[in-house]
Design a protein around this ligand. Structure first.
Ligand SMILES: *[C@@H]1O[C@H](CO)[C@@H](O)[C@H](O)[C@H]1NC(C)=O
Ligand SMILES: *[C@@H]1O[C@H](CO)[C@@H](O)[C@H](O)[C@H]1NC(C)=O
Ligand SMILES: *[C@@H]1O[C@H](CO)[C@@H](O)[C@H](O)[C@H]1NC(C)=O
Ligand SMILES: *[C@@H]1O[C@H](CO)[C@@H](O)[C@H](O)[C@H]1NC(C)=O
Ligand SMILES: *[C@@H]1O[C@H](CO)[C@@H](O)[C@H](O)[C@H]1NC(C)=O
Ligand SMILES: CC(=O)N[C@H]1CO[C@H](CO)[C@@H](O)[C@@H]1O
Length: 367
């Protein structure tokens, strides 16, 4: 008898074996036989393969669309990682970040217009995937589930860890502009502010250090470093804690008053840096989900003030050291768990919200 298993099923088994079983060995209370229960209880609101009857191909369509996009745009992984973070941190993983229009009222501000959102990318990629799914299963699959699945697939394509994404999220009916600034950490925030913002979403010190490891991939746009390099905390001076050689290196990549940093957020091609570029060439690390981000912080070469702040306290710096000290496997396992937690933040389920027909518009399927 031939056993058919799609990649998702296979990934799932590998994930359970590699992540949960070692975890259960460290935690005697969590025996192997209770693994499936443990997984279900972590996500009481969402289900494994929620669309198994209504749209069984949904996750396959997302994955193949992501493979297609990734083959042309390697930066999609970092873009969607940032998008899911912004969506989930502002009022939960409800796809509110995608709305172009709030309640049909053009004068009503939307999340996309809020300052931290100005450089978000990937909206067109989510629309592209949604269109493909709508052709097969109209009005069934939520935009919030598409973001979560696509972000996970992007992480895997970029060489990151796999984690299961449970489904059944519903889309919000509105955007939450007024909550953006108070919910999201800013590039120059100090450790106190960062830990406070993450703890209000239920992330402890270790998980905060893990989640910031998302900066392992992608380029950091200069607009997030500009103040640190030229006008730190309104002093008209650079951040005094940056070593002079590193400051010069960063300033070369991100010149002052660079026209590519125009504030309208429309310039598509920006100068920027990645952690990979900034490491000394003696380091053999790649630019993927390994230890290079944490090793940069150990060397005092965090690009954002907020990144480097992880070294400012013992109860965060110990995790930076821990993640930097092996082949990256500790970080990857923790990153998988923390992404599951992020993807499940304050989700809408059941009859809450709705399923948008077009991810940018508050028009809902009539199911
Ligand atoms: C649209 O939103 C603006 C700003 O919140 C408000 O002043 C106005 O009354 C709203 N208009 C409608 C038709 O709801
Ligand atoms: C961190 O930032 C907050 C808000 O700006 C400020 O009140 C606090 O004093 C800062 N803490 C340190 C240690 O700099
Ligand atoms: C950037 O431009 C502003 C306004 O044009 C100017 O006041 C400032 O000195 C410039 N900064 C640098 C570092 O050139
Ligand atoms: C982490 O350290 C800070 C300051 O040293 C302290 O206020 C906080 O309670 C610590 N957190 C934990 C979980 O120990
Ligand atoms: C969704 O809505 C946006 C904004 O109105 C529009 O530009 C786009 O073409 C729509 N997509 C589809 C598939 O209708
Ligand atoms: C990607 C995106 O929608 N960016 C928007 C952020 O906000 C600015 C200012 O409102 C818009 O112009 C951008 O289009």
């Amino acid at each position: 008898m031939k056993m058919k298993m799609n990649n998702y099923g296979l990934w799932m088994i590998i994930w359970v074996v590699s992540v949960l079983i070692p975890f259960s060995m460290r935690n005697p209370a969590l025996s192997c036989s209770s693994i499936s229960m443990a997984m279900a209880s972590q996500d009481t609101l969402l289900e494994f393969d929620y669309y198994r009857d209504s749209c069984p191909v949904a996750h396959v369509i997302v994955r193949s669309a992501m493979e297609e996009i990734y083959s042309h745009h390697k930066d999609v992984s970092a873009a969607l990682l940032r998008l899911i973070f912004h969506d989930c941190f502002v009022h939960g993983c409800d796809a509110s970040v995608l709305l172009d229009d709030s309640r049909g009222n053009q004068s009503y501000s939307i999340e996309k217009q809020a300052v931290p959102n100005r450089s978000l990318r990937g909206f067109d990629k989510i629309d592209f995937i949604k269109e493909k799914i709508e052709r097969v299963c109209p009005g069934v699959v939520s935009c919030a589930d598409i973001i979560s699945l696509a972000a996970r697939d992007g992480i895997v394509l970029a060489g990151g860890p796999f984690y299961p994404v449970f489904t059944g999220r519903r889309d919000s009916k509105r955007s939450y502009f007024e909550e953006v600034l108070s919910s999201l950490p800013a590039p120059d925030d100090n450790i106190t502010q960062i830990l406070h913002l993450f703890s209000t979403k239920g992330f402890n010190e270790r998980e905060t250090v893990t989640l910031l490891g998302g900066h392992s991939i992608g380029k950091m746009s200069c607009e997030f470093i500009q103040n640190r390099l030229y006008n730190f905390k309104e002093t008209r001076e650079p951040d005094p804690t940056v070593a002079p050689d590193f400051l010069n290196q960063m300033r070369l990549k991100c010149p002052a008053n660079d026209s590519s940093n125009s504030r309208n957020g429309l310039s598509r091609i920006r100068a920027g840096m990645s952690y990979f570029q900034e490491l000394s060439s003696s380091m053999s690390s790649g630019a993927g989900f390994d230890t290079h981000y944490y090793r940069s912080l150990l060397m005092g070469r965090g690009l954002l003030f907020a990144d480097q702040q992880m070294m400012a306290r013992e109860n965060t710096s110990r995790w930076v050291k821990e993640y930097a000290s092996d082949d990256g496997s500790t970080f990857r396992k923790d990153f998988a768990r923390v992404m599951m937690k992020l993807s499940n933040l304050n989700v809408l389920v059941g009859s809450q919200g709705g399923v948008r027909l077009n991810c940018s518009l508050p028009q809902f399927s009539s199911e």
